[in-house]
Design a protein around this ligand. Sequence first.
Ligand SMILES: CC(=O)CC(=O)C(=O)O
Ligand SMILES: [Mg+2]
Length: 219
Amino acid sequence: MSNTSKLSRFIEFGRKIVAVGRNYSEHAAELGNAVPTKPILFLKPTSSYITAGNPIKIPKGCSSLHHEVELGIVIGQRGVDIQENNAMDYVGGYILALDMTARDFQDEAKKKGQPWSLAKGFDTSCPVSGFIEKEKILDPGNVRLWLKVNDAVKQDGNTKDMIFNVPFLISYISGFFTLEPGDIILTGTPSGVSPVVAGDVIRAGLADVTEIEFKVEKK
Ligand SMILES: CC(=O)CC(=O)C(=O)O
Ligand SMILES: [Mg+2]
């Protein structure tokens, strides 16, 4: 099997999801957070993945579930302490992903100095597109991302506004976590995050490369 078709099965590999927070200054500002001076990282479990045809389920006790549309990097080869100047060699492809966030859980965790695991890692919190071949995105540092809820535009951003770009993120993350084929890096969300409720339909797109659609349901 070719490397590309192996990578397209990243969900079956059960590889880790490393997510970056507050990587767009307008998004940091809209939630009243400071702009970070180094990447803020958190992990989402592989049980959070869902693909087309499966609903996003609002976790028990959550009263403010937010959408966050993000460019995902699919890692193509194992790497530790990767240098920024050859970081793009470690990109196997891309995905479009939603970093669904139980914002009320996150606010409570932030107040108490607790981790974001429940807020970010509940089942169905990582809806993803199919695998996007590396060649389809010529410059991951300049690609449009948009998201609509029931046809109303909520997010419309561009990865050129990321504070930390893709090569820097790969280099930085690989200094702490060994990156393995099939791992996903979620690169953070642009501004416009907002709550969704049961019955809503979320549609999102990455330039003219892919679109995804997910329905929101009660658990
Ligand atoms: C405030 C957040 O939830 C951080 C995050 O995930 C982001 O994409 O930014
Ligand atoms: Mg996010």
